[in-house]
Design a protein around this ligand. Structure first.
Ligand code: IMP
Length: 194
């Protein structure tokens, strides 16, 4: 039987939800995704791309193999993009309930999830991929699946939150599935031409 030879790429994260989502997108690709517990410094910057790039630079200094690093955040219109790059801290402190309370009197509930995914190998950054998904912040917490702000984010065109979707459904539209999908296309071509 002909076996598909897979290339191993290491995702630098300690968030297994992110790992599962990215692995799921890459399932039928030539990539075998593994986790590596290595952390880059997180700088203060407005865009997740700048944060991810700095993190990737640090990882590339310590790791010679092929790696991915992803940084993501929730950008809320009426809060001028907050929490954005502070999403992780805000989630751990005021949580999803805190976000609902912060914008409860705002008419504009629009928000975007951003994902920046960086690929590196041989101690260098090679390419970055960005994905954005637009939606609204719900007025209550709904759903048990997913992680982070999933229970309060309703993607445009749907009437349920990310936390009410299976990983397959979320992966049809999510910011992370978009950045990972763009990476999958690029790496497939690269491996085919190798
Ligand atoms: P970081 O990318 O590890 O810095 O984490 C960003 C934070 O943004 C996470 O801890 C979550 O709170 C939030 N976040 C990023 N992506 C998602 C998502 O797909 N669903 C829900 N929350 C997310």
């Amino acid at each position: 039987m002909l076996e598909l030879t897979k290339s191993t790429i290491y995702l630098a994260t300690n968030n297994m939800n992110k790992f599962e989502e990215i692995r799921n997108v890459l399932e039928n690709s030539k990539i075998n995704l593994r986790v590596i517990n290595i952390k880059g410094n997180e700088i203060q910057a407005f865009s997740v791309l700048s944060v991810a790039r700095q993190s990737a630079l640090n990882i590339a200094e310590k790791f010679e193999g092929a790696f991915l690093v992803e940084d993501s955040g929730l950008y809320i219109d009426s809060l001028y993009g907050f929490p954005g790059p502070y999403s992780s801290f805000v989630y751990k402190t005021i949580g999803v309930g805190g976000i609902i309370r912060l914008i409860k009197d705002r008419e504009n509930k629009n928000a975007e999830f951003h994902s920046a995914l960086i690929y590196g190998e041989n101690g260098k950054i090679i390419k970055n991929f960005v994905g954005i998904t637009e939606g609204t912040i719900s007025t209550s917490i709904k759903g048990e699946k997913g992680f982070g702000f999933d229970p309060i984010f309703i993607p445009n065109g749907y009437n349920k939150t990310f936390a009410e979707m299976t990983i397959m459904e979320k992966n049809k539209i999510s910011h992370r599935a978009k950045s990972t999908g763009a990476f999958a296309q690029w790496i497939t071509k690269k491996l085919d031409n190798a």
